[in-house]
Design a protein around this ligand. Sequence first.
Ligand code: HEM
Length: 449
Amino acid sequence: MDTEVSSPARPRALSRLLFLVAAMVFAMVVVGGITRLTESGLSITEWKPLSGAIPPLSQADWAHAFNLYQATPEYREINGPTGMTIAQFKHIYWWEFVHRLLGRLIGLVFAGGLVWLASKRGIPRGYWWKVIALLALGGAQGLLGWYMVMSGLSQRTDVSHFRLSAHLLLALGIMSALIWVALDLRRFAATGEDRPSRLTTPALVTIAILFVQLMLGAWVAGLNAGQVASDWPLMQGRLFPDGVDWSHGAFWALTNDPYLIHFLHRWWAWVVVAAMVLFARKVRKVPGARRASIAIHAAFGTQVLLGIATVLSGGRDLARRSPPGGRSAARRRNNMGRQRVGSDAMSVISVYAVFANSEEAERIGRAVIEERLAACINILSPVRSIYRWQGAVKTADEVAAIFKTANHRVDALITRIAALHSYDVPCIVTWPVDKLLAPYADWVEASVG
Ligand code: HEM
């Protein structure tokens, strides 16, 4: 019996395999997004490509996995102080486990499918190097995932936004390359002619513009920069946001500042839209490509609307996720049963300060929290102040705020607020804390440097 795949079926069979793998990569991107949003990504602290496919099965296995997680900064500083239980740990572990398992499954389906097709001589000439390169890129994506996870295991409580963007962009690149080669093969099967498509200059320019937007989007996600504004098209009522920290230089701000990156992402979108409209016009001129042109318009239109909706939902989401104390509910998890009142209350200090307006309070609050001088800031409603200044009684509308910090950071905090403040003589006073909940004291201590 002849087991060779017959001539026109050869490209078709490989094309179907590549479409299947591309669909699995899409599912992987979705599960990756859920893993990020459930803050599950750092729950598996080991990299075991083969034996890691078996989840913890016994109580002892789970205790071991939980022990390893307890050594991470994320547990020590966020989930530990709020009393994470093993049941809650299992929940985040499963999401990361499913993400990694799906990665292994994609590798198996792709490699297995190629071996099967090769055994039937089902891989057309000229396509070997392409499929091997795609398979190798899949392996590199797994390594990159682990490299990303590593960035959140020793020093910081989350992963580097640069590595997160590299992981997302490579996934999107692999998916696009799979679809590209699969479409070439489908045309080959239909016409009997092997004419792989090439990148034109307009396509290259459009891809470069889109690449910048995708990267900025991944940085917005990685820095939680979506939450710095909940209005659109303005940000906190202004065209250009007030809170950008330029103190480390323009390059640092361009690559690390949540306000600036959010600003760039929301406005670069229109450069993408313009490039896509022009590109779609060119595509439309190609015989039979009208549907592709419509698909391009639909894709960027949907994406822009989704982006704006994400921002507008952020205000409510932020309010829901940030109880007094400023922490996200996902990070707050179940804190029941730990309502002890601390005896070492004096380790926590409240600092009361008054600012010219809410933008200034927010800018300074964000800076000192990022610098780990304070655990949180509560910005209060505007206050009406009456005071004597240079011999005259004056009145002003100001914004008051209360910072919470640990005793050993209070001097540095006061000095820093004063340095960032617009007033010559700002009001910054400490209020010793008399009594408070012990877990809250733990959290404040863990949140400051
Ligand atoms: C063609 C236009 C756009 C493209 C291609 C794009 C792409 C992306 C990508 C790839 C991400 C990262 C998603 C992730 O890591 O899970 C992202 C995130 C985000 N985008 Fe866009 N975007 C576009 C337009 C917009 C617009 C117009 C806005 C509205 C101002 C917006 C707001 C956001 C926000 C808030 C996030 C972060 C979501 C989170 O916190 O996870 N995007 N975008």
